[in-house]
Design a protein around this ligand. Structure first.
Ligand code: AMP
Length: 283
């Protein structure tokens, strides 16, 4: 695996591969890699003859009150994991490389798709995400780019950006990878101290209870939400930011759930904000 920092060097490497007829698959991340990220590499391996993973903790998507400075980092460990899993190129740009003039003069700002859920709780977050993803896709020009369902609103927005702005890339979404007790893997799980780690499983328990209720025939979104909120209430120290029963294309709330309806959940466990989701009726 080659680790590359300058954009020009990455482009040279990728151009060589493209000239030889190769296909490039990209996995954008913020690092502190776990099995969830590495499954994206597996998917990239199936789709490309060259897999490029990027690691960049993007300041633009953090608000001033968020965890940019304490976001976990381990570049050496990440490089070992990425290489072992079969990434060919690790792109690790510095902030100066990505934003040489400081704040960019142009951003990619989503419209109503970002008004709800994560977009409402974290104003400006998705503008930061889409701006950096647009930059990474323009820098590497991959044939496909792989994202995780765990960040479902991000997946919908990135897909919409690629479609609406005609990015010549296939956006691929892969399932959420979980710990043995159901907690969705996340770099932020490393913040969970003591009992909070166990409490954090309540998100998955709530999502599972809703899925079970749907499988048993419940279709009312209000009732399904109540089922989830009751489970969340069993951990009084966990604060729910939102529990969405929404359609999979735009994440608009629905009144009646159907197969494919998304349940998206965000909650704060101690000082750690966690998100998770499930799709009703999925095998
Ligand atoms: P991050 O480093 O948190 O920005 O995540 C980079 C990519 O990995 C995003 O596409 C995430 O959706 C994806 N990802 C993060 N956690 C998981 C997980 N537990 N399962 C699957 N994909 C994940």
């Amino acid at each position: 695996m080659r680790t590359v920092e300058p954009i020009a060097e990455l482009r040279r490497l990728l151009a060589e591969h493209r000239t030889g007829g190769g296909r490039i698959a990209m996995v954008p991340t913020m690092g502190f890699l776990h099995e969830g990220h590495l499954r994206l590499v597996d998917e990239a391996r199936r789709r490309g003859s060259l897999v490029v993973m990027s690691i960049f903790v993007n300041p633009l998507q953090f608000s001033p009150s968020e965890d940019l400075s304490r976001y976990p980092r381990d570049l050496a460990g990440d490089a070992a994991k990425a290489a072992e899993r079969g990434a060919d190129v690790l792109f690790t740009p510095t902030t100066e490389t990505m934003y040489p003039a400081g704040a960019p003069a142009i951003e990619v700002r989503p419209l109503s798709l970002a008004d709800r859920w994560e977009g409402a709780v974290r104003p400006g977050h998705f503008t930061g995400v889409l701006t950096v993803v647009a930059k990474l896709l323009n820098i590497a020009q991959p044939d496909s780019a792989i994202f995780g369902q765990k960040d479902i609103q991000q997946c919908i927005l990135v897909s919409a950006m690629a479609r609406d702005l005609n990015f010549p890339v296939e956006i691929v979404v892969t399932p959420t990878v979980r710990e043995h007790d159901g907690l969705a893997m996340s770099s932020r799980n490393s913040y969970l101290q003591g009992d909070d780690r166990k409490r954090a499983t309540v998100l998955w328990r709530a999502l599972r209870a809703i899925s079970r209720s749907f499988d048993e025939g419940e279709r009312s979104a209000t009732t399904l939400e109540e089922v989830g909120r009751e489970v969340m209430g069993s951990e009084p120290s966990v604060a729910v930011d939102y529990l969405a029963v929404a359609d999979p294309d735009r994440l608009e709330p629905v009144r009646q759930a159907t197969r494919g309806t998304v349940i998206a959940l965000a909650a704060r466990v101690g000082g750690t904000r966690l998100i998770d989701n499930t799709i009703l009726g999925a095998a």
